[in-house]
Design a protein around this ligand. Sequence first.
Ligand code: FES
Length: 136
Amino acid sequence: MTDEGRSSSVHRIPVPEGAPTFAVPGKRPDMGVQRVRVGELEDLPLRRGKLVCAGGKEIALWRVDGGVYAISAVCAHQHVATLHEGMRNGSTVACPLHGWTYSLESGRAVVGSGILRTYPVAVERGIVYVEVDEDV
Ligand code: FES
């Protein structure tokens, strides 16, 4: 099966030679990073999140003040992918199940506990890309 056959909205693309690298907290230095196309900016809702899959991870995308944040969609409380359906307030999002709330910038819980993985996002010519660890 080709990459295109896996999902209509997720495509793996090569990172161009000389492209800036992204620092990913917790990433081993020998692991590569893949840049995954997750959709078009105009298709991201303004007041709701969107669930995408990149690098085998469930990721919630949120538009905030013209930018895009990518955070693990899996809540640290009961480990279910809910944060794309949460309630955003500024740059935080609250889980719709029990209200644990996370900073979209750092992934840290501001209500509840834990820290969620955040992912670098690039928007180029209206296309949204998320940087995730390469499959090992
Ligand atoms: S599952 Fe998210 S707060 Fe309970």
